[in-house]
Write a protein that binds this ligand. Structure first.
Ligand code: FES
Length: 103
């Protein structure tokens, strides 16, 4: 396990996203109504940054071809996406958001 701080809670409002570039993956941090989630930021269809799309509830919409993923599980929810996103465990520690970057 390798936990790293990726954001301050205050910098990502509810319904917003933040892209964090790590050496081996770009990670999307999502602030949903019920807390924070993290997945790869890279759409599994054609490598589009998902944080350039939009978040509705627990569904992130890819801006390039309209694919969707559930941010809780990484599961694809509409074509053309068929490969799940990598997900990362998230913890809120005080006013900070941390992820386990080993997934
Ligand atoms: S790149 Fe995301 S749906 Fe095509």
């Amino acid at each position: 396990m390798a936990w790293i701080k990726v954001a301050d809670v205050a910098e990502i409002g509810v319904g917003e996203m933040k892209r964090v570039e790590l050496p081996y993956d770009d990670v999307a941090i999502y602030h949903a109504e019920d807390g924070f989630y993290a997945t790869s930021d890279v759409c599994t269809h054609a490598a589009q940054s998902l944080t350039e799309g939009r978040l509705e509830g627990h569904i992130v919409h890819c801006p390039r071809h309209g694919g969707k993923f559930d941010i809780r599980t990484g599961e694809p929810k509409s074509l053309p996406c068929v490969i799940p996103l990598q997900t990362y465990p998230v913890e809120v520690r005080g006013g900070e958001v941390w992820i386990d970057d080993e997934g």
